[in-house]
Ligand binder design. Structure first.
Ligand code: PEP
Ligand code: MG
Length: 324
């Protein structure tokens, strides 16, 4: 199926109206990296770092992690790689972590909450990332940030480690950007200062949708109950785009929905300019974007919204059928 898209692999994801959308890939293993060239991705928009922690029966060592992150950057040949710090806890239990008996694990002690409360592992990981850069640009992103204070605190850990590296006489990254995942509705309403401080923001749509609709992403009975193209959710995403535009904060979307062509098209129509997805989705998403005029898509969305449709999907599918 991938061969269908090889002809556009080296072409930009440029819409008929001339808007460029950056398409990057999600990864989590060294083995994912060859897909960077095969898929034509602009870089790695989300490198999930959990796996290296999950496959062992003890915390990986700093040197080991630094070597691995360095190899990931080598394999990216200078394209940007955004490393997400450990997103663990609750359902993703580390074998060597005391199991937490939590009534609602998705709402529990996870990700950055663990990192801030017990910073040892997070600090070690940050050191590994700074060393992996070895003079190259470094991009670090924190998961599950729910309020400005958490981001501020996590970010200050990064700069403390930078200072420590400097004192140790180690090579520092050529540049450093620290971003946040927007996966809880609360963060969308954070003060303007949060949007100014974040070097970039990436919408974690899987979690954001789960929390927006109060529907567990792991629960088969409810996980598909609410459409991503539900007007309420799209309107919410649009507001996030506007807030980021006000402060010129680069915004991307890295949940699974970014890799679904119809969803990706609607995200672009409401103003998203960067999408990160599994490598196999880059071709199909690029293909639909290159065939579309975003102003027309936006109009279909507006009409559906004004009519009171629950989801814009029927209207978009109808329009796509007529277009082809
Ligand atoms: C997300 O929540 O959309 C996301 C990209 O992170 P994960 O799926 O790893 O929670
Ligand atoms: Mg998430």
């Amino acid at each position: 199926a991938q061969e269908r898209y090889t002809s556009i692999r080296d072409k930009p994801a440029e819409t008929l109206c001339g808007t460029n959308i950056s398409l990057t890939m999600n990864a989590g293993l060294m083995a994912d990296l060859p897909s960077l060239d095969n898929s034509g991705a602009d870089g790695v928009g989300l490198f999930r770092t959990e796996l290296q922690f999950l496959v062992r029966n003890k915390v990986p060592r700093r040197g080991e992690l630094a070597a691995l992150y360095g190899r990931v950057m080598d394999a990216a040949h200078g394209k940007r790689v955004i490393f997400r710090t450990l997103d663990i806890g609750s359902d993703k239990v580390l074998p060597y972590m005391k199991p937490q008996d939590e009534p609602n694990p998705a709402l529990g002690w996870r990700a950055i909450r663990v990192g801030l409360d017990k910073p040892g592992v997070m600090r070690m990981q940050l050191q590994a990332l700074l060393r992996a850069a070895n003079g190259r640009p470094m991009y670090i992103m924190f998961p599950m940030v729910a309020q400005f204070e958490e981001f501020k605190e996590a970010r200050s850990f990064v700069y403390k480690e930078v200072e420590r590296e400097r004192q140790l006489g180690h090579v520092l990254p050529e540049s450093l950007e620290v971003g946040a995942m927007l996966e809880t509705p609360s963060l969308a309403f954070a003060p303007r200062q949060f949007f100014e401080m974040a070097d970039f923001i990436s919408i974690g749509g899987n979690d954001l949708k789960q929390f927006f609709f109060a529907a567990d992403r792991e629960n088969e009975r409810v996980r598909r109950r609410y459409d991503t193209l539900n007007v309420s959710f799209l309107t919410f995403l649009e507001q996030i785009v506007q807030r980021c535009n006000e402060t010129d904060t680069p915004l991307s979307f890295c949940g699974e929905d970014a890799g679904r062509p119809v969803e990706a098209l609607c995200f672009a129509a409401i103003g998203l300019r960067a999408l990160s997805m599994r490598p196999a989705s880059i071709g199909p998403v690029k293909s639909i974007l290159r065939r579309s005029n975003l102003a027309e898509v936006k109009e279909v969305i507006e009409t559906a919204r004004a009519r009171g449709d629950q989801s814009v999907r029927p209207a978009i599918l109808d329009w796509l059928t007529k277009e082809s």
